[in-house]
Design a binder for this molecule. Structure first.
Ligand code: PLP
Length: 385
């Protein structure tokens, strides 16, 4: 019998790929589609970053780099971690990875043994569940809304098991837009210390917080040594296609992460790293300006969704709205299909992000205000009709 490794039988390709294909089909057929299914910034990579890449090429910075990443980039990241994240990290605590996704993959591979359990707030970013499964561990779903209502500690205590080894902590969250408060971060940290858990923190959207503050959980007392944090250039700098991010951890986890990256990719392309160095040198005011643009898009979309009768809380961060769509159909896959076929409004069914996302649709608002308005108009027409 010819077959692949058994652990891959448990995971598949996401619904989002199928949705993307359907959109291409409609567009090819000349139809106007209102695309809210994406998760990419609305702006292009800043020119200065592109020129830094070209310069690196012209200067022949094209050879193997240290597999941890070029030193100037890791130094600049260590500085950023101090000023922005209140993390006391040195160059030895930073590993450059092929995007946040690779940092997260390396983190899970570094801490999980077969049969371990991982606490996972749900709804969650879909690939996380698959990464846990590929590590032959089991996700324990924590319903985020219930946990926030009834208390995080109480809920985590209720769902944890003696086999729990790690907790995935994503703030701001995809798909819900939830931003955990400092008090909530402190609760999760206390729980992790009490149960001797490793925290795998995902801060991909750290620069997209509209209400409250972004707290890096590793900055809390006693947490740096038990946290692996994943960061990315994708969302902040409009660099999704460049595939660059980084993992931050102390020993023994950093050596483990280095091994996984070494065996899987042996590091990120050298010119890309020089370009990322330029990104970190850009003024923070650019990031602040983008955040205000996102905020306006968010407010426009959330208002329109509520007016159409799709109940939607105002997301505190990231660039997704996650309204209830039971008014259209209680099955979110059916609701998404109806919206797509009848109104050409493209969303992602909430159930894709875990059972706790059922009854919701994810609308990404990293698109132009004009596209949001046109999409809302199509949605209103559909709901009325
Ligand atoms: N984490 C979350 C929650 C995300 O939504 C994403 C991208 O959508 C990532 C991590 C990783 O992004 P990338 O691999 O492009 O850095």
């Amino acid at each position: 019998e010819i077959r692949v490794a058994k652990r891959l039988d448990e995971v598949g390709f996401s619904d989002i790929v199928q949705i993307r294909n359907r959109v291409l089909e409609l567009r090819t057929a000349g139809q106007v589609v209102h695309a809210f299914h994406g998760g990419e910034p609305f702006f292009e990579t800043p020119e200065a970053i592109k020129y830094a890449m070209m310069r690196a090429l012209v200067e022949n910075r094209t050879k193997y780099a240290e597999s941890s990443g070029i030193a100037p980039l890791r130094e600049a990241i260590a500085d950023k971690l101090k000023t922005k994240n209140s993390l006391d990290a040195g160059i030895e605590d930073v590993m450059i990875t092929a995007g946040g996704a690779h940092a997260l993959y390396a983190a899970f591979q570094s801490v999980l043994d077969p049969g371990d359990d991982v606490l996972l707030f749900s709804p969650y970013w879909t690939p996380i569940r698959d990464m846990i499964t590929v590590a032959e561990a089991r996700p324990l779903l924590i319903p985020t809304a219930t946990a926030r209502r009834n208390g995080l500690t109480k809920t985590l205590e209720h769902f944890t098991t003696p086999k729990a080894r790690a907790i995935y902590y994503n703030t701001p969250q995809n798909p819900s837009g939830v931003v955990f408060s400092r008090a909530e971060a402190e609760e999760v940290a206390a729980f992790a210390r009490a149960h001797n858990l490793i925290v795998i923190a995902d801060e991909a959207y750290e620069d997209l917080v509209y209400e409250g503050e972004h707290v890096s959980i590793a900055s809390l007392p006693g947490m740096a040594e038990r946290t692996i944090t994943a960061y990315t250039f994708s969302k902040t700098y409009g660099m999704t296609g460049w595939r660059i991010g980084y993992a931050v951890a102390k020993e023994p986890f950093m050596t483990a992460v280095r091994k996984i990256v070494l065996y899987s990719s042996n590091g990120v392309s050298t010119p890309t790293q020089w370009a990322a160095l330029k990104a970190l040198a850009l003024s923070r005011s650019m990031i602040d300006a983008r955040r205000e643009e996102y905020r306006q898009r968010r407010d426009l979309l959330v208002k329109g969704l509520n007016e159409a009768g799709l109940e939607c809380e105002t997301p505190e961060g990231a660039f997704y709205a996650f309204p209830s769509v039971t008014k259209i159909h209680k099955d979110s896959r059916r609701a998404a299909a109806l919206l797509l076929d009848k109104a050409h409004v493209v969303t992602v069914p909430g159930v894709v992000f875990g059972a706790q996302g059922e009854g919701h649709l994810r609308f990404g608002y990293a698109v132009s205000p004009e596209s949001i308005e046109a999409g809302l108009e199509a949605l209103h027409r559909f709901v009325k009709g």
